[in-house]
Write a protein that binds this ligand. Structure first.
Ligand code: CU
Length: 246
């Protein structure tokens, strides 16, 4: 059997190698697996992608320490025969306990502060005139209406690029959750209540609105297209809808 200090060194080296590999994978995963995350179609989504990356990178060393120690113990520490007597008593190691407490507390508290500092940005509307879109969830479809354009309604969400949007979200029946993964927008849709979400879509393209709250049999199919288009295309679309609605 190896001496304890040598074992700690071996585990330490494996941990460092595993951590470097894990962090590299976490940083480059989206390049190795394109499409793992949707494209960031707003600065809100960009900041969320960064937060996700940061939390992953900081979680890797902790996860690797647990896995490497567990795997090492399973592989090298097993005995096929029943031990005849008890192992030696182990007392706490003050230095290790303090180091463990301080590092994990600093990690957790640091991330809580970081999260709390970012949180208001989600609930703050952009300055200037916002395009208001009323969003209604019902089993199992989203409906969008535009109060500043005579309440034109549509089952696809059309948004002009670089224009701040306010979503007023509600539900006609059970609780749904209005979610545009590409834009980092997600808010509950509750019956009898209006919840709001804000975003400035900044990337032309087609994305998807999903329901993020289990709402019944066809929950998984409760999705609608979102199109982010230039302003003139949006105006054309809305006049066409106005003609159809009338
Ligand atoms: Cu749902």
């Amino acid at each position: 059997m190896l001496k304890a200090s040598k074992e700690i060194k071996v585990v330490g080296v494996i941990w460092v190698v595993a951590t470097v590999a894990g962090v590299t994978l976490a940083i480059f995963a989206h390049r190795l697996l394109p499409g793992m995350l949707p494209p960031a179609a707003s600065s809100l989504a960009k900041s969320q992608d960064f937060t996700l990356g940061l939390f992953t990178v900081l979680a890797v060393p902790v996860a690797m320490l647990v896995w490497v120690v567990a795997a090492y113990s399973v592989i090298t520490g097993g005995s096929r025969t029943m031990p005849t007597d008890e192992g030696p008593r182990i007392h706490g190691n003050f230095k290790v306990q303090i180091a463990w407490l301080v590092s994990t507390a600093a990690l957790c508290i640091g991330l809580v502060v970081y999260g709390l500092a970012l949180l208001p940005s989600i609930y703050t509307p952009s300055a200037g005139r916002n395009l208001v879109v009323d969003v209604t969830g019902q089993q199992w479809q989203w409906t969008f209406s535009y109060p500043s354009y005579g309440n034109v309604t549509s089952t696809t969400l059309e948004l002009p690029v670089n224009v701040p949007v306010t979503f007023d979200v509600t539900s006609r029946d059970v609780t749904h959750s209005f979610w545009i993964p590409a834009m980092g927008v997600k808010v509950d849709a509750n019956s009898g209540v209006v919840t709001t979400a804000y975003v400035v879509p900044n990337l032309l393209g087609s994305y998807v609105v999903r329901c993020a709250e289990l709402c019944g049999l066809f929950h998984a199919y409760m999705q609608s297209p979102v199109h982010v288009v230039p302003m003139n295309a949006f105006t054309r679309w809305i006049s066409k809808r106005q003609a159809t609605n009338a």
